[in-house]
Design a protein around this ligand. Structure first.
Ligand SMILES: [Zn+2]
Length: 95
């Protein structure tokens, strides 16, 4: 008989997934579940879920893309990655 693998916690993982789907941040989930942020981050990575779902990026036009927050058309370099709908300036402004 194989010993149970105690590090897999299906219930916890299900709750994390549900909260992620509801739009909660990892910090909020950690607080609500009384777990360390690193624990939540670990499970989120295992789920293969993107940490936070931002709104989808605007289509690129003539090498530029509109930032969903400031509405300015900016070159790809102004965004952290092609998956970000917000430009780096707006993201930085929120922190
Ligand atoms: Zn912006």
């Amino acid at each position: 008989m194989h010993p149970m693998k105690h590090h897999r916690k299906p219930e916890l993982i299900a709750r994390i997934r549900a909260m992620l789907n509801a739009g909660a941040s990892q910090a909020e989930i950690a607080e609500k579940l009384g777990k360390a942020k690193s624990t939540i981050a670990f499970h989120v990575r295992n789920l293969g879920v993107k940490p936070v779902e931002y709104s989808s990026p605007k289509p690129e036009r003539k090498g530029k893309r509109k930032c969903v927050t400031c509405g300015k058309a900016k070159t790809a370099g102004a965004f952290p990655s092609k998956y970000n709908a917000e430009c780096s300036m707006c993201i930085r402004g929120k922190k």
